[in-house]
Design a protein around this ligand. Structure first.
Ligand code: NDP
Length: 315
């Protein structure tokens, strides 16, 4: 019998996960990570986001780690993470659709000055004369930093919404309708081509601290920045400075170096900024259970799986 260890967001949600998994894969043994009776020696697969240090190392016959989310940085943070065990990232239609919906909302919010209208509304101010000229989707280029699984889907939906779209990744790509840049040499032309930059980079040793004041200053003015990748990719003090001095006109931020964002962060009170608490894409439990079961079945059949973490690349 195949055994899946599930670390639910809280012990209360475990029964729902168990019901979903056993309905989709009858015969699967589902163990509660928090239960006193938890037996690490039985575990074949672990479904987890933020394991306590050393817990995974106790699972002697672990075959794969299935991440609850698309990022795996919280799993890699375990200093005792067993070596050589495949890590599979969360995917699926819902993950992609939610991210694309969020980014379209964020892009339109910046294009149509939503953060500033919110401030005006809170003051009961009919602020028609205080806004910059209205911009058009068809005249605006959205630059996607990180043209991977999610970035590619987001780029296609923005293209369909009428925007010009460009993208930047590590490797050269060809995608219809999207101007693609790659590597360190492609970064500056990518930024200079973009009116609004969407960061969809994973957190890796290479990307950590990559988005600096200098980088933000190259986005076309009035510059917009959206971060849905990882907070640590951005130097938070540089981001605040760029927003304060007008280098950045506006930002929509979903991820932060420290989460929850500390109450004394200057970002909370900035008029050009919309903040959300890391909610851009969080597929429903049924959708995630379906993805996990499909992955488990493929792994059990010895078939290759999509979205495998590559230690050589760091993502
Ligand atoms: P992928 O691994 O499919 O894509 C990552 C992209 O980043 C690739 O295009 C890759 O380039 C590029 N990249 C990585 N390192 C570099 C680098 N050093 N220089 C240039 N480009 C680089 O990941 P996903 O699209 O599935 O997810 C992206 C991230 O989104 C996740 O890691 C996670 O952090 C975040 N996320 C956030 C969520 C939220 O709710 N806010 C929800 C889900 C995900 P190449 O294609 O050339 O390999």
């Amino acid at each position: 019998m195949v055994c899946l260890a599930v670390k639910a967001g809280s012990p209360v949600t475990f029964p729902e996960w168990k019901a979903l998994f056993t309905e989709l894969m009858p015969g699967l043994e589902v163990q509660d990570w928090y239960a006193p009776s938890f037996d690490p020696a039985r575990v074949d697969y672990a479904f987890v986001w933020q394991p306590e240090a050393g817990r995974l190392a106790q699972m002697g016959k672990l075959k794969a780690i299935l991440s609850v989310a698309a990022g795996v940085d919280h799993i890699l943070a375990d200093p005792l993470l067993p070596k050589g065990i495949p890590i599979v990232r969360m995917g699926g239609d819902e993950t992609e659709t939610q991210m694309a919906d969020y980014v379209r909302w964020a892009v339109f919010s910046l294009l149509r000055e939503a953060p500033r209208w919110h401030v005006a509304q809170a003051r009961a101010s009919w602020a028609r004369k205080d806004m910059p000229p209205t911009r058009l989707s068809t005249n605006s280029c959205v630059g996607i930093m990180g043209l991977g699984h999610l970035g590619t889907h987001v780029a296609q939906t923005l293209l369909a919404a009428g925007f010009k779209v460009c993208g930047w990744a590590r490797h050269d790509k060809q995608q219809e309708g999207i101007v693609c840049y790659a590597g360190p040499d492609g970064l500056l032309p990518f930024l200079q081509h973009s009116d609004i930059v969407v960061c969809l980079l994973p957190e890796t040793p290479e990307t950590k601290g990559m988005v600096t004041y200098s980088l933000l200053s190259h986005i076309r003015k009035p510059a917009g920045f959206i971060n849905v990748g990882r907070g640590a990719v951005v130097v938070q003090a540089d981001l605040a400075r760029a927003l304060q001095d007008g280098t950045l006109h506006g930002a929509v931020l979903d991820v932060f170096e420290t989460e929850p964002l500390p109450a004394d962060s200057p970002l909370w009170a900035m008029s050009g900024v919309l903040l959300t608490p890391h909610v851009a894409s969080e597929a429903s439990r049924p959708a995630r259970a379906r993805y996990v079961v499909a992955t488990l079945a493929a792994l059990e059949r010895g078939e290759p799986v999509d979205r495998l973490y590559d230690p050589a690349q760091g993502y």
